[in-house]
Structures are given as structure tokens and as C-alpha cells.
Design a protein around this ligand. Sequence first.
Ligand SMILES: Nc1ncnc2c1ncn2[C@@H]1O[C@H](COP(=O)(O)OP(=O)(O)OP(=O)(O)O)[C@@H](O)[C@H]1O
Length: 465
Amino acid sequence: MPRILIVEDEDIIRSAVRKLLQHAGYEVTDAVSVEEAVERDPDSFDLIITDLRLPGAAGTEMINRAPNTPVLIMTSYASLRSAVDSMKMGAVDYIAKPFDHDEMLAAVENILARRSPPESPATGDEAGGTGNEIDPSDIMYGECESIQKVFTLIRKVAPTETTVLIHGESGTGKELAARALHLLSPRASKPLISVNCAAIPESLIESELFGHEKGAFTGAVSARTGLIEAADGGSLFLDEIGELPAEAQARLLRVLQESEIRRVGSTQSRTVDVRMIAATHRNLKAMTRTGEFREDLYYRLNVMQIRLPPLRERRGDILGLARRFLARQAEKLGRRDLRLSPEAMQLLQRYRWPGNVRELENAIERASILADGDVIPPSVLDLDGDTDDEYIPDTLVEGNHEQMAPREPDSASDLSLEDYFQHFVLENQDRMSETELAQKLGISRKSLWERRQRLGIPRKKTSGS
Ligand SMILES: Nc1ncnc2c1ncn2[C@@H]1O[C@H](COP(=O)(O)OP(=O)(O)OP(=O)(O)O)[C@@H](O)[C@H]1O
């Protein structure tokens, strides 16, 4: 079991992070300051998570005190810059407060996965590995053909220096795909700096990205490194690139063309070595026609495009994703028997998911908290109306018959055979006769009838036989 040391002086945050990690199965020790952490033999841990601002020595001091252990820095957005600086000092990653539970768990999992192969515990020798043994499927889930194609593309493109433009609706996993591109690249041990262009005020974006010299504008009391420089040697992920104002687009083009950066208020350029990954949910090509986005920048960015399909186009993954999110919630809440009712599964499969995977993740989180018993009914999923009644489950598509046999559950969080039986019958009884249903399930008609009685799903009078 990986051991994690938390260094945080705020009681509420320390205790929340400790509980979260303990629920996720980690062994956790904590300390309120660097001084106290040093007494806990910090280099014997697999990971140290520390606040940046602490009474006494700063959190970054842990990087020196535990040279063989990865250090994850927690910081508020206001001190994002210091977090970036701390990465230059050797921290492996940073996480901005307020962070949600999944973000923290994902950051921890990523760091530990980079440190040691999944099966064998870390020996310490692997620290600082290139991370190239990682596969996109370790970072994001997807079995459908469309997402498998994305994985193949990531495997091929990641090791190159090519600029990548990721296109997809909100919540489809663009940031995860960018992370995969970085972690599978030779730059994996260097920083991945993620910037959401829509989240930074327009007046600040240039100085945030490109840095500025002292006195460049009112309030620029000292010179500052920009986020692009901070990503030097690593990758820069520019999310919502379509929101970048015109002046910043011009500066970015220069970075892409000449690998040079000029801080706001400076006449001198500096060379930077950054792999650029951009993402958008907008149609950049159309934006070039209206003059909202520079055409030359568009072509520079669009060397390789990865399209993340919306969830409604990969319905075969809905239940798999739901199971993963449910297992995570069940672990977090200590309710290991939580499972979806067949009706809830049906609703998940029929819903249109305008908010994509993020919406599914949120629906499962909410339902796990609201469900009174172990079985989650459709009502607590709180998905009203927006279902796609045209949808035909994959199992009914001609040629997909191998998917119709009941599968063995592959983990405690997977469907039980009973669940699968219920789900299959409810989904198909309107289209199939009892004989067909029994055949597909590999049981006799008598046994189908008995199971229907036991599970309280008697044969509908209207269904043909
Ligand atoms: N294939 C996947 N497997 C597991 N989790 C996923 C997958 N795709 C997305 N998620 C989860 O869904 C949430 C949204 O993903 P992400 O932030 O990468 O989407 P996005 O496309 O960048 O969204 P936005 O455009 O709104 O920033 C995250 O919590 C992420 O972990």
C-alpha cells in the first residue's frame, strides 16, 4: 500500500485530504509544518503532498528534505506562479485549491503510476523514470472503437514533437487526453503546464502566458516569468484556445514559429523549448472566416487533430465509465455494496449526456450520496427528460451477438450476474420472444420464468412470445 505524507497547517484541509486518501486505500501520515514532517522520515514515503505556505519553512523545502520522494504542491490560484516556480525547483506537480476530490486522487494516481509499475511496489530506483511505460488506457477509460482510435493516435503522436489540437465538446476528456500526450512523451519528467484561456481575465492573459518586465504596465512592480517559460522543456496545454484575445494570438504564433518568447514590455526574446497542445470545443476554422481567430495560428496549431467523441456517440462506454465512477464513490463513501438498479442503467444508456463524461461523473457522485439503500434507483440520478429513444443498445446491433452472452463480473464493482440478467431482460423483452431471450442468456425457458419470479420482473402480458 503506497504511503503518503501530508504537510498542511490548516486542520480542515489536512483532515479532509487525509480521509480522502485513506478511503482510497493509501496509508497516510500527516504533519503541520516542514519541521514536524522532517521528524517523520519523509524520504521513506512514496509521495509527499504539501501546502506551499506553511508556518516556518515553505512547503518547497520538502523537495530538499526528501530528495528521492516526489512532492506534490497544493496552492491557491493566487499563488499559482509560486507553484510553477516550485516545479522548477523539483516538485513533480501542483494542484490549485480549491480542488475537488477526483482531481486530487487523479493527481496522486498519476504520480504514483509514474513512480512504479502498477504491479510491483516502488523500490525508489524508478523515481524520475520517463513515464513511457504508461498507456492512454491507464489515464482514461474507453472500450468503444471511436475512443480506441483516439488511444492509437495518442500512442503514435505522443513521442513526437508535433503540435496537437484536441477538439471536443465540454467534458469529453480533452484535458485527460492532453495529460496522456504529455505522460507518453519524452517530456514526461518535465512540467505539464495547463492553462484555461477562458478562465484568465483578458487583461491579464498576456502577462500570465508570456511574462512581463518590471514597469511594463501599472502594477508590474517586478519582472515575472510567464507560464510558457515555466513549461520550458515540458508541455503547455492551452485549453479553450478559441478564447485567446487577438494580441495574445499574435504572440503565441511567434512562439510556435520561432520557439521564441518576448515578455510584455521587453525588447529581447528568449528561446523556449515547449511542446504545444491546444484544445477547443469551438469550430476554429469557422472562427478564422469571421476573423475571430488568426488563420496562420490555426494552421500552426492544427498539425495533428484529435477529436474526442461526445458520450452520446460512444454509448457502449456509458456503463463502463459509470462502474468506474461508482467504484470510486463507493470507496470514498465506505459503501462498498452500492450498485445501480437495472432501471438506472437503462436511463444512463438512454440519456443524451449534453455535459458528456463530466456530467456522468457528477450524476454518479450525486446519486451515490443520495441513494438510501445499496441500490441506486433512477430517480436519484436526477436526469430529466433528455433521453434518446431512438437508441438501440449495442447488444441488438446485427453482428454484435458475442456481446449478448452474460459476462462474468470482473470485479466487485462490476455488474453481478443477477444485475446483468435483469438489465438484459428489461432492455430486450419488448423486442424478443421469451424463447429468444432464454437462448441469448443461455438458459432454459423454465429457468428464465423462475428467475423472473425471483427478481420481481414477471413477463409482461403485452410482450410477444
Ligand atoms: N475517458 C475517460 N475516462 C475517465 N474519466 C474521464 C474520461 N473522460 C473524461 N473523464 C472525466 O471527466 C471529467 C471531465 O474531463 P476533462 O476535464 O478532461 O474534459 P474537457 O473536455 O477538458 O472539459 P472542458 O472542455 O469542459 O474543460 C474529468 O473529471 C475527467 O477525469
